[in-house]
Design a protein around this ligand. Structure first.
Ligand code: NAD
Length: 285
């Protein structure tokens, strides 16, 4: 039976560590890290996500520099807001909450964020830094997953890792980050012919397909670390991409949904904001 990787507890410990390091940073530099969340419109889910991010930032001693913009904003106005934040010394990190209304060009707007303030790690430049294994800010969800995997204490060097999904947000950067830790990485996706044949070799299996219950007993190698990134609303509450009851019989470690990957994402955003503040203190933008 698998041990549970308790994302809630691990995220709490990370938030506590970040808060203490923020206090040290303020003490030595006199600079209070600031997080500028930018929310466009009134989407209820985005409002909840942004509120949680702002509250967690404040609890960690990070200044809340939120901007709320009307849903009918035009591309030039929101571009000007991001450019102002990019040049504002009080702002360590900029987070543009996605999704944006469809008529806005999200990619162009995200790419206005300078790499040193890109706490979501989603700009093309940040992706390039990751692709080259150069220092930079990494996307929060895969970064939080690395912290979860590290909490198991397993030796990643030379291990087989399989990532299901190749999105820009999760699967793509996840595979790259696992490669940087010297695992042998395979990426599976919607065109993969025999998923079980690929996943059965995985010492570490990260499932980010967005398909409820995709992964079950037939996919999990005995003793594997299984990370379930999926989040879906069902009549039984939140469920993931992994059939937990089946997979936990074979896995060595497994994340629950909820309480696995989800809580790590915000904790990592705070960590990234501190890293961003440190980079800017060392080399102003
Ligand atoms: P996405 O839809 O952008 O990408 C899904 C990927 O999975 C694609 O690369 C696709 O090729 C692959 N895929 C789809 N069906 C597949 C199948 N049957 N077999 C193999 N591969 C398949 O999704 P995303 O943004 O990467 O998110 C994935 C899931 O993670 C979603 O459920 C999302 O809600 C969740 N998510 C959770 C968090 C968190 O903090 N917990 C953060 C981001 C995303």
């Amino acid at each position: 039976m698998a041990q549970i990787l308790d994302g809630t507890a691990i995220a709490r410990a990370l938030r506590t560590r970040v808060a203490s390091e923020v206090a040290d940073f303020v003490g030595t530099t006199g600079i209070v890290p600031g997080l500028a969340t930018v929310l466009v419109g009134e989407d209820p889910a985005s409002q909840v996500y942004v509120r949680n991010k702002r509250q967690s930032a404040v609890a960690a001693g990070i200044r809340d520099l939120h901007r709320h913009v009307d849903a009918d904003v035009d591309q030039e106005t929101i571009a000007a807001i991001i450019t102002e934040l990019a040049h504002n010394d009080a702002v360590s990190g900029i987070l543009l909450q996605l999704p944006l209304p469809g008529r806005l060009d999200s990619k162009r707007l995200i790419n206005l964020i300078p790499p040193m303030k890109d706490v979501d790690g989603l700009t093309t430049l940040s992706a390039g830094l990751l692709a080259r294994s150069e220092p930079g800010l990494r996307p929060c969800t895969p970064s939080g997953i690395m912290s979860l995997i590290d909490a198991t204490g397993i030796d990643l060097d030379g291990a087989d890792a399989v990532v299901i999904g190749r999105s820009e947000l999760v699967g793509g950067p996840m595979a790259r980050m696992l490669l940087d830790r010297n695992t042998t990485v395979t990426t599976a996706h919607s065109h993969t012919r025999d998923l079980a044949a690929v996943t059965m070799s995985a010492d570490v299996l990260v499932v980010a397909a967005g398909v409820p219950g995709l992964i079950g007993a037939e996919h999990v190698k005995s003793g594997a670390v299984v990370i379930d990134v999926g989040i879906h609303h069902s009549e039984n509450g939140l469920v993931g991409d992994v059939r937990f009851d089946e997979a936990s019989k074979y896995a060595g470690w497994i994340t629950p949904v909820p309480g696995g990957v989800g809580p790590m994402t915000i904790a990592t955003l705070l960590e990234n904001t501190l890293i961003a503040a440190r980079m800017q203190a060392a080399r102003p933008v």
